[in-house]
Design a protein around this ligand. Structure first.
Ligand code: FAD
Length: 390
């Protein structure tokens, strides 16, 4: 075909062209709608910086990448806690300076019913409600360029990658470790694509648009980074389809009945899509992993590494980046949990249980990856042509 990347995606069961077709025709349109529903657009997060690694960096004082307060009237009355907690205002400077802020710290913890509070062994976040948790409207906080660069940002990626590749003797890299590396690299590609796709081109006129050169220099010129993006997409897609029964029965209750019915229906269409099932029935085959002698030990080790990566998100020195970093790492941790921690549906003790916030993270992560795949597919050929002429 015309696709620069051809053949079966490594460790996966479908090829690049199929993924592009399915994503463009079915998955992306459904996911785009799903993430706008109230159930999926409010993400609970602890935004306050609490970095255990580089404590006196002062990174959290960057003003231009903050998430801002939501006006009180954005949410239904029933969402709100009886007592309003006011906040110090020096923290709340919007990057875009728009009045419609994005955080409402007044939401009741019981807004979404029917979800358990359990600990995900793959992430370091404590998902239980407490005063530090806030709700963010993701639609008002698009993942895009924030101006967060330099040593602070680079140090985090460095730490993440070194966490991935602890010292093992050369030639010993096993399948399972490669998976974690590819997941992180794929997520990194996706974040970079979003930065390039929605870039502040001119600060004076506040003009936003695509930065194709950045897109090329950070991702498209490195075929591995593109491959890892597709890999990560299929991995997360597999987790969603594997959790199909659970996601189908879950209660998408945000208090807005019409919208909740819509969310349920979109979820149903996503999970029972005949085109997806025909073209890519098993996006990733997790059963092949952890089969060796050291399986359990290796899984434990990778779980610990992933928890450290999750903890590193508290060190991201820009609030909006931290929001999306936390969301997407929680989404990946949820995918890992679905694929590797639950293997016996008949044993009640081992049955899949997800936290509401995990499902929100999982679906929003899948949407982010789906968007990135779409951008690469639609803009890739043009960017490659342009860059060859420079
Ligand atoms: P970086 O993207 O910082 O990459 C550092 C190094 O990692 C590269 O030099 C390369 O060696 C390697 N590398 C790069 N990409 C890959 C890949 N796909 N696979 C493997 N290795 C790779 N900035 C924003 O503007 N908006 C955001 O929303 C945002 N979110 C962020 C979230 C997190 C969790 C982090 C850690 C950073 C975030 N940033 C964000 C910052 C952004 O990711 C970059 O760090 C920043 O733009 C500087 O880019 P860079 O060119 O120095 O390379």
């Amino acid at each position: 075909g015309s696709h620069k990347y051809s053949g079966i995606i490594e460790d996966c069961c479908c090829d690049y062209e199929t993924v592009d077709n399915i994503n463009g025709a079915v998955l992306n349109p459904l996911l785009q709608k799903l993430v706008t529903t109230p159930f999926f657009r409010y993400f609970k997060v602890k935004l306050w910086c609490d970095c255990p690694f580089w404590p006196d960096d002062g990174m959290c004082r960057l003003r231009d990448c903050s998430v801002c307060e939501c006006p009180d009237n954005e949410f239904p009355e029933s969402f709100k806690k009886p007592s309003y907690r006011s906040l110090s205002s020096d923290h709340l400077v919007c990057q875009e300076g728009k009045p419609q802020g994005t955080v409402d710290r007044t939401l009741d913890s019981k807004v979404f019913k029917g979800w358990v509070e359990i600990d995900n062994p793959w992430t370091s976040d404590d998902e239980t409600d407490n005063g530090e948790m806030t709700y963010v409207n993701l639609l008002l906080n698009p993942e895009r360029y924030t101006g967060y660069t330099g040593p602070s940002a680079r140090r985090i990626w460095e730490a993440i990658y070194s966490e991935n590749c602890p010292k093992y003797r050369s030639g010993e890299i096993c399948q399972e470790k490669k998976v974690l590396y590819k997941l992180i690299s794929g997520l990194h590609s996706s974040i970079s694509i979003h930065i390039a796709a929605d870039y502040l081109l001119d600060e004076k006129t506040n003009m936003w648009g695509e930065n194709l050169e950045l897109m090329y220099n950070r991702i498209l010129r490195y075929p591995d980074r593109v491959r890892n993006l597709y890999f990560t997409f299929l991995f997360v897609l597999r987790a969603v389809t594997k959790a199909s029964d659970y996601l189908e029965q879950a209660e998408y209750d945000s208090g807005n009945h019409a919208e909740d019915v819509k969310a349920q229906s979109l979820m149903h269409q996503l999970l029972n899509n005949p085109k997806l099932q025909a073209a890519c029935p098993l996006p990733f085959d997790e059963a092949k992993l952890w089969q060796g002698q050291n399986g359990p030990e290796l899984k434990q080790q990778i779980q610990n590494q992933f928890r450290n990566i999750s903890a590193l998100m508290d060190c991201v020195g820009c609030e909006k980046c931290r929001l999306w970093g936390k969301l997407q790492v929680l989404g990946l941790g949820t995918a890992l949990n679905i694929l590797f921690s639950v293997n016996n549906e008949n044993d009640p003790a081992q049955r899949l249980q997800l936290h509401r916030n995990e499902v929100i993270a999982l679906v929003n992560l899948l949407n982010r990856l789906s968007e990135s795949i779409k951008v690469v597919h639609e803009r890739g050929p043009l960017v490659e042509r342009l860059m060859k002429h420079l």
